[in-house]
Write a protein that binds this ligand. Structure first.
Ligand code: GLN
Length: 500
């Protein structure tokens, strides 16, 4: 029988099995993780809000259901951290911004509702870059999250809180959102697994919008199977989201269990390597590709020539959509209101509130997007960016004729130091160079750890991409590679992380 002290080290799958078998109660599991949060989160700062009472109540409900003889879901009793960009009824949702301070949503996001219905125990809300803009979680208005591998380094972003919570054993699972890489890049730099599902595969209802045509929620976990189990719980059609795909969730759990790449054609994207990629990142990536070949995959090189323009197109499309989406934060409807002295006009209250509530990066993008959408510049900037988006989708289509999946390093470097890129927005944006194309095309992507970079001993992530609705292929490749690497290393990579 698992001892409470060990519970935070178990996978989600093992925890759910132990709870279902009655070897441990969901309350014990929740308490062990709450204790872990109390012990380490002052240093890591993965959570913005810990919902102790709610988590224990949810765990008690799982224990009661089991005692009543009900069949439990595959993740019942498993604790999870929810990125603070998803609404949860009655629980603060800030999106990492001062402008939403004090706001308690009146409703659950569909993702939240599905988690609750399957007996997942939501521990609290995780830290993030303001409105999911960033690659380091340093743009959170509530202070940065620290990477459990080295507290002086960034945990990636925007979902650094979710990735760090999983890496620091504060939760076996977390939910992230990925608009340009915010699930995959934090997974890469924390040595965890992160998946951006096909656009429309997971409901956006209750996900506070950054860029509606790019945003997608997905799983963060320590193993590929755990990510697949979570994907299955949160995925599927939702009539509340008009862009939700009306199709069954791809067979992700089955694929993770199959873990076999024999005969699969793996395409290495030429444009996502070489110059700009850290030597040790490239080295671990090349070794992982060689391993895939040893496992029976057929490796080919593919070229996606328009990827060179992906970053530029994204940083026009995203600010354009975000300037429109963020217009709703006006001091009238949600959270903060500043300057309401009974004398100022409503316009003055709105602008005072927005100036006080938004941080530098949010303001930068609102200005950029408003400019790109303005009458005289719309065609030159936003219109051109949309054309590039179509060309990138075409590159993927051609590449997927030659290969079943595509691979690249997830991020060009390992975790950089806190503060290192904060003053240089362009250097920060470059972290997304390998993850952005998938968002522009709406295809799914997964990042998994493939080793430590020799020069700094920090985790390196490999990205797998697949065609729309072929999310199962990500898990097949991810699980095969994970199994082979575990054999090679003898223990999970996270065991190498300095214990906090
Ligand atoms: N880092 C990217 C950005 O700043 C991605 C954000 C995201 O995926 N939410 O826009």
């Amino acid at each position: 029988m698992a001892q409470p002290a060990d519970l935070t080290r178990l996978t989600a799958h093992d925890l759910a099995t132990a709870v279902a078998a009655g070897e441990v109660s969901a309350v014990e599991v929740a308490q062990a993780h709450l204790d872990r949060i109390s012990a380490v989160d002052e240093a890591v700062h993965a959570f913005l809000h810990v919902d102790t009472d709610g988590a224990l109540a949810a765990a008690r409900a799982v224990d009661a259901a089991r005692a009543a003889g009900e069949r439990l879901g595959p993740l019942a009793g498993v604790p999870l951290g929810l990125k603070d960009v998803l609404t949860m009824q009655g629980v603060p949702t800030t999106c990492g911004s001062r402008i939403l301070e004090g706001w308690r949503p009146a409703y659950d996001a569909t993702v939240t509702r599905r988690l609750k219905e399957s007996g997942v125990v939501i521990l609290g809300k995780t830290n993030m870059d303001e409105f999911a803009m960033g690659s380091s979680t340093e743009h959170s208005a509530y202070g940065p999250t620290h990477n459990p591998w080295d507290l002086e380094r960034i945990p990636g972003g925007s979902g650094g809180g979710s990735a760090a919570a999983v890496a620091a054993f504060e939760a076996p699972l977390a939910i992230g959102t990925d608009t340009g890489g915010s699930i995959r890049q934090p997974a890469a730099v924390t040595g965890t697994v992160g998946v951006k599902p096909t656009y429309g595969g997971v409901s956006r209802y209750g996900l506070v919008a950054l860029a509606s045509s790019l945003d997608q929620a997905g799983p963060c976990a320590r193993t590929v199977l755990d990510a697949a189990l979570l994907h299955e719980v949160i995925g599927g059609h939702d009539p509340h989201d008009s862009t939700s795909i009306d199709a069954p969730v791809p067979p992700v759990v089955e694929a993770a269990r199959r873990a076999d790449v024999r005969g699969l054609r793996v395409g290495v994207v030429r444009e996502l390597s070489g110059a700009g990629y850290q030597v040790g990142v490239q080295q671990r990536f090349d070794e992982a590709v060689a391993l895939l070949e040893e496992l029976g995959a057929e490796v080919v090189e593919v070229s996606c020539p328009h990827f060179t323009y992906a970053l530029a197109a994204y940083y026009l499309i995203l600010p354009s959509e975000c300037s429109s989406n963020l217009a709703r934060f006006d001091g009238i409807r949600y959270g903060l209101r500043a300057g309401d002295d009974g004398v100022r006009s409503v316009e003055e209250v709105m602008s005072t509130t927005r100036a006080a509530g938004f941080g530098d990066e949010a303001i930068r993008r609102i200005i950029l997007g408003t400019y790109a959408l303005s009458a005289g510049y719309y065609d030159a900037y936003y219109g051109s960016a949309q054309k590039v988006r179509t060309l990138i989708t075409g590159d993927f289509r051609a590449a997927f004729e030659q290969a079943d999946v595509l691979v690249s390093p997830t991020a060009p470097t390992t975790a950089f130091r806190l503060g290192e890129k904060l003053a240089d927005p362009l250097a920060m944006y470059l972290n997304d160079v390998a993850t952005i194309p998938a968002n522009l095309a709406g295809i799914p992507g997964l990042s998994l750890p493939v080793g430590l970079a020799p020069e700094d001993g920090l985790p390196v992530g490999l990205q797998v991409m697949a065609p729309v609705l072929a999310d199962d292929r990500l898990y097949r490749v991810g699980a095969a590679l994970e199994t082979a690497l575990l054999d090679r290393w003898g223990r999970p990579l996270l065991e190498e992380a300095p214990s906090l």
